[in-house]
Ligand binder design. Sequence first.
Ligand SMILES: [Fe+2]
Length: 424
Amino acid sequence: MIETLRDARSRTLKLIDGLSHEQLMGPRLDIVNPMRWEVGHVAWFQEYWFLRHYLREPMIRGDADRLYDSARVAHETRWDLPLPTMVQTRDYMNEVLSRVVDRINSTELTEKANYFGRLVTFHEDMHGEALTYTRQTLAYPPPDLGITPGSDGSGSRERSGPLAEDAEVPGGKFVLGATPDLPFVFDNEKWAHVVEVTPFHIARAPVTNAEFAQFVESAGYQLPVYWDQEGWNWRCRAGADRPVYWERAQGGGFKIRRYDSLLPLPEYQPVIHVNAYEAEAYCRWAGRRLPTEAEWELAACGPPEEGRKPLFPWGDDPPTAARTNLDGKYAGCVDVSEMPEGDSPFGCRQMIGNVWEWTSTNLKPYPGFVIDPYKEYSEPWFHSPHRVLRGGCWATRSRLLRNTWRNFYPPDRRDVFAGFRTCR
Ligand SMILES: [Fe+2]
């Protein structure tokens, strides 16, 4: 566990590396946090849950709750706080982590210690992904994650190009959600329950940039017929006429902004940074639809069998760089046809990694929902229009993910690493 805590922290620090004092505060936007606040919050969360809640230790900084408790400190006020300097923030981060490591070294690891150790690690991992997309949002230079493709020795990437085929998925009874034998589960995955799924076809790969460009070129953003009312309202408010980081290229086609650079649009990579409304408009144009989360999970798990579901599309073996694009290993997306070793039993590719995939399902509690000690994780969002996304993206940490993992964002978020696959 100590190694994992240190690994999460080293990623956090790499993600703010090379940024100026001004960049670490950044502009006031609804969709980002000031990075200097965000990394202090990550340390505060670790202190709060591991040292204070679990071990009943006193606070390290008397002002920490007033600065860093995300449930108490309103988002728009985070730029106005008397935040410690970056040096002081790093001292606080180091102090918290070294106390946690010390306590783990000096006591027996109970089930509770494992639980809170995982909770704080996964929380840090999720903020790591947010810091990564914040650098994209703010057009900062790319983070230097220092990871080279295939560095886990698991083989090379194969195939590139499109994969425009459907997989046929027979319906039936399917057990949706996490089973209690898993070592750690956030509350929104609790618990596995039977749902009935009717037969459907689902794309073997996410929608590519080339495919999405056809929608844009067909006046997809101009014709209300492709949008539902809510989506059209968003499109008009935002003045959107293409994905947020696309720019028209001289002589036709598009370029895409990646961090601080404008690059040719990679045709066969999945479209990314589109919101649920844009995804659904594309689907209507293409005569398709978004999968429900039950359809998505069934397509990832394979035909229902007796006993436990596989953790991943390829089975229970851990993710490798040959099966998935996770952990920042490729520093961005890869073509949708790559990594056939990670296919699901139905032949669906890259269901784990590369891009998060929007589903048509609104975030609701599963039957049997039991709220976690960290009450603010899911429950506040059950009555808002948050959508479920599945599968993780290139920047997501592999230790977090499995087929049953539910992520959720408001349907208008275009800054997150989300794309989609379609079904019919
Ligand atoms: Fe947080």
